[in-house]
Design a protein around this ligand. Structure first.
Ligand SMILES: [Cu+2]
Length: 414
């Protein structure tokens, strides 16, 4: 072996060392500084920044997931895609090293002259087929979740009693007929604390019948309410292969409202068909009005939605194809002229979330950000009334009984 032969190995080892030693501390510190700067800048400009939703310039992983769909996407990436691609990379690296060591002209001066090996060729055709199948099956599941409107019906029962009736008024094919289609939560009305009851804390009778009876093992103490959600839209990370990891899946309620996002060159127009005939534009916020980290992420107007409710998103394009994308929600859906695309999101975490048009749509593609502000229901209603007033419409919520004015839950049970 000569020095010429060792050279590639030495440089590879040096590169690996640099990659291993450099980042941990330096990157973590840089990230913390950026977060700090943004928080300070935001305090000055009165813009609410959710630190966790900031794209981190030194980050290497995915951004935080705040919806059950995004959680499942992350889970799929972390437990299936990532191990798979690491395995493949190391396997190929091993093969390369083996070939370099074993079959270089010093170690193997007289090569054998043959071609074709049936067994090897069958294996290298079949193994990738299996790898693609392993990736494909859970990803079909994800596509289905993103595309199918959740159908959960949420009913709140008054304090007292131990027996509750749940109207199972779904079409027959979607009827609640298993334990996993029902979740019972006990709510402390004084503190608002919620406890999801275990399946042996209650009994259910009448699965598949139009009326279900839920009987608690212990009567409900005064000051406690029960919330029942029934439906088949169970979403969120599940144990790998049904065995490993915690089950964070839950039944997601049917949408209570719709937002329509229309992409155009170069911005987004939003309307809220459930709350009156108004529409507003969201363009990129000028750079001098936002912290530099939010440049090209903050918009002149934000989409405001209530926390803890399912929002249906419909989207279209006015000129060319755009794409409405929100990483924290696991949403990315094309906005196509002449066609409506539909998806949904559900999050309980209030805050501001940032995304960008994700379809190359022309010269200013990089300048049409998407900003969503998730707020409490009362704040949302105040915002709706503000928008209506701005557009010369009567208020919808203020001064009225909020429950009576809330739009009927739109149910789409496809
Ligand atoms: Cu675009």
């Amino acid at each position: 072996m000569t020095a010429r032969f060792l050279l590639p190995f030495l440089s590879l080892a040096a590169a690996v060392l640099v990659v291993l030693l450099l980042p941990a501390d330096a990157l973590a510190q840089a990230g913390a500084e950026v977060a700090q700067d943004v928080t300070e800048a935001a305090a000055e400009s009165e813009i609410v920044v959710t630190e966790a939703d900031m794209p981190d310039p030194t980050g290497t992983g995915l951004r935080r997931a705040v919806t059950p769909v995004a959680e499942e996407i992350h889970h799929f990436y972390e437990y299936i895609l990532l191990p798979m691609k690491l395995l493949i990379s190391f396997f190929v690296l091993g093969l390369i090293i083996w070939i370099v060591v074993r079959y270089n002209k010093y170690a193997n001066p007289v090569p054998r002259r043959f071609s074709h090996n049936t067994l090897v060729e069958v294996v290298w055709t079949l193994v990738p087929v299996f790898i693609l199948l392993i990736i494909a099956i859970p990803s079909f599941d994800l596509l289905y979740l993103e595309d199918t409107m959740p159908d959960g019906q949420r009913v709140l029962y008054e304090p007292g009693g131990d027996t509750f009736l749940f109207e199972n008024d779904f079409p027959e094919s979607r009827m609640v007929d298993e334990n996993r289609h029902i979740e019972v939560t006990r709510i402390d009305t004084r503190t608002g604390d919620r406890v999801l009851l275990e399946s042996d804390d209650y009994e259910i009778e009448g699965f598949g019948e139009p009326e279900l009876t839920i009987r608690l093992a212990e009567a409900l103490p005064a000051d406690y309410q029960v919330e029942v959600i029934g439906g088949r839209s169970r979403v969120g990370r599940k144990p790998i292969l049904g065995l490993f990891g915690e089950d964070r899946s839950r039944i997601v309620p049917a949408p209570t409202m719709t937002i329509k996002a229309t992409g155009y060159q170069w911005g987004w127009a939003y309307s809220y068909p459930d709350f009156g005939d108004f529409e507003f534009d969201a363009l990129m916020a000028p750079p001098d009005t936002v912290p530099s980290e939010l440049y090209r992420l903050a918009a002149t107007n934000e989409v405001v939605v209530p926390a803890g409710e399912t929002v249906r998103v419909i989207t279209t394009g006015r000129d060319v194809i755009h794409s409405w994308a929100m990483p924290a929600f696991g949403v990315k859906i094309d906005s196509i002229p002449g066609r409506l695309n539909e998806t949904w999101f559900y999050t309980e975490e209030e805050g501001s979330y940032y995304g960008q048009c994700s379809e190359l749509c022309g010269k200013d593609h990089a300048f049409m950000p998407i900003e969503v502000s998730v707020v409490s229901r009362p704040e949302f209603e105040a915002w709706v009334d503000e928008q209506r007033e701005f557009n010369g419409l009567e208020p919808l919520f203020s001064g009225q009984d909020q429950l009576a004015a809330a739009p009927a839950a739109a149910t789409d049970l496809n």
